[in-house]
Design a protein around this ligand. Structure first.
Ligand code: SF4
Ligand code: SF4
Length: 313
């Protein structure tokens, strides 16, 4: 089997497994990203997320992270549910959880599929060394998605795909096989500035988000109190924030995803403030079993609920 045939077969299998896209890049040093990452970290745009400073060299070069690797295979898995999402955008009364966290934790879902794709590739290639990653700090997943043509980086720093908008997760296989490599697609943000204009905390400058000003950071990653100057900007967000994606025109007609495990759990969509205020630890554990909201822990979620409640009083 030649490189082109292997590439075609792996891409086809990725689609069969339920990924909406699969792109191939040659593994190597991410020259364009190096300066950007350094400036971002130097400017403290990562807030308290000190883990982002780790593995600097490995993040910029997957051949250091996975010795012997030759390729990065990026996959796209949509979680878009147009009917559910249009209600989620409209409803401005109930406390809100970011759309990516409404279903089963994507780490489990994507890893299960990626391991299957890895085994398939191994069989076809007569052996394969490498690793799979899902939203893992040492891998610059967005840069690899761009390189492999899965989308362009929008001004809100999400990867945008003409068919799937930005409602998707990314994963990677970093492996020692060679493939026929894809090329980046062009930027289709044009003169649009909707995400920049809509961001309540002015966290976005084109193609850069100041993580230390972002509601997603405050409600998910921050372990301390939410800074007073940003608390009244939270709106109804108790976990994450989708505003810069909700307003993006590319998300308006984005195609629905097909993975049932990512389907929104109804209780996460429709509960009011009283429900969230009364939620206890046992209920939290049950409700968010294998769900991304666990990341902020019970205490973090309660802090966020209290913060938006005090904004209402
Ligand atoms: S997620 Fe919210 S706070 Fe963060 S950049 Fe987007 S709109 Fe701004
Ligand atoms: S809202 Fe406009 S500028 Fe922002 S990412 Fe979408 S298309 Fe690009």
């Amino acid at each position: 089997m030649n490189t082109q045939q292997l590439t075609n077969a792996v891409r086809q299998e990725a689609i069969r497994l339920g990924f909406e896209g699969c792109g191939f890049s040659r593994a190597g040093f991410l020259e364009d990203e190096a300066g950007r990452l350094e400036a971002w970290l130097h400017g403290q745009k990562h807030g308290d997320m000190s883990w982002m400073e780790n593995h600097f060299d490995k993040r910029l070069d997957p051949t250091l992270l996975v010795p012997g690797s030759k390729s990065v295979v990026s996959v796209l898995c949509s979680y878009n549910q147009p009917e559910v999402f249009s209600e989620h955008i409209k409803d401005d009364e109930n406390p809100k959880i970011s759309k990516y966290a409404l279903g089963e934790d994507y780490h489990f879902v994507l890893k299960d599929k990626l391991f299957q794709l890895f085994e398939f590739t191994k069989q076809l290639n007569g052996g394969l060394e490498g690793r799979v990653f899902v939203d893992s700090a040492p891998v610059m997943d967005k840069a690899w998605a761009v390189k492999s043509g899965l989308g362009w980086m929008g001004k809100n720093t999400n990867i945008l795909n003409r068919t799937h908008g930005s409602w998707f997760f990314l994963g990677e296989m970093i492996v020692d096989a060679e493939f026929h490599y894809d090329s980046p697609v062009s930027d289709h943000c044009g003169s649009c500035t909707r995400c920049i204009d809509a961001c309540p905390t002015d966290a976005i400058t084109p193609y850069q988000v100041d993580g230390s000003k972002c509601i997603s950071y405050f409600t998910i990653e921050l372990r301390d109190e939410i800074p007073a100057e940003y608390q009244d900007k939270l709106g109804n967000w108790i976990f994450g924030c989708d505003i810069c994606q909700d307003v993006c025109p590319w998300n308006r007609k984005a195609k629905a995803g097909s993975e049932p495990r990512l389907a929104a759990r109804q209780p996460l969509l429709s509960n009011n403030m009283e429900y969230w205020e009364e939620l206890n630890l046992m209920e939290f554990r049950k409700l968010f079993k294998k769900n991304p909201v666990q990341r902020t822990k019970f205490e973090g979620l309660k802090r966020n609920i209290e913060a938006i409640k005090s904004n209402r009083s």
